[in-house]
Design a protein around this ligand. Sequence first.
Ligand code: ADP
Ligand code: MG
Length: 299
Amino acid sequence: ATPTALMVGTGRGAQLGILIKGPEVLENTRRVDTVVLDKTGTVTTGRMTLQEVYAADGTDEKLLLRLAGALEHASEHPVARAIAAGAEMEVPPLEQGDLRGPAGRLPSAEHFENVPGRGVRGRVEGHEVAVGRFFDDLPPDVARARDEAERRGRTAVVVGWDGAVRGVLAVADAVKETSAEAVRELRALGLSPVLLTGDNRAVAEAVAAEVGIDEVIAEVLPEDKVAVVKRLQDEGRVVAMVGDGVNDAAGLATADLGLAMGTGTDAAIEAGDLTLVRGDLRVAADAIRLSRRTLATIK
Ligand code: ADP
Ligand code: MG
């Protein structure tokens, strides 16, 4: 390939809102036939809001929200931000001069631990609290609350403390307005879209249906996203991946072409070959189109 044509492609990319690591990455797009799309923050906005609070029998709903909110306040995850914000709205302001808690409203958490792809754990108000996917055996009422929330397309996380399951919090995220159009454009370019997520299957299927994706790979732990990319490559597919999270970085690096959302984490941006500056998925199609045109002028 002639360097001049590739440099022109790079310049045009910048105009479209695509930052290209080096001109040579454009060559990798030539044979791409599959595009793996992360769900949260890539196909969806990642700006989740708390929608449902379910407290098991004998559990105080306000206490549940306060303990879970205090813990999630220390995490950056979109699920965590929704729960912390929702809890802050519910928790009455503390007495003036009371300086407990990071936000001055929620109590503080000790021994905080973030477990990627699962949730958070720590000590709040003397209780050992866990929020996320830590509990295998759920009481029937809690399991029902979780399943119903998931059927409504929400992400449900289980809250427990001191060894007992206490309830469920459900958060919801909106699909970006541009995602369905982006999927149509990617298909028009001959690419097969695959939705990849750590979230539960029901939520993943609901999002996939909304944007027009048939192939869904859900409930994948962060460390296994890269294995999914490798498996697709072993099947002979040439894979582009679009992602935004820390949990997408290894996949972006392994994919034949890694596209990072500019609105995402530094880890994803460093791992990607391209950055989509505005976080608009349609620009992924622009990037593939641009590089194909650039390469065509070289031939
Ligand atoms: P995605 O692949 O969609 O970006 P993640 O791998 O980050 O999602 O998370 C997968 C799942 O793990 C979430 O849907 C949620 O159930 C659980 N989880 C992750 N982080 C948290 C947290 N801070 N609090 C509660 N649950 C969490
Ligand atoms: Mg994500």
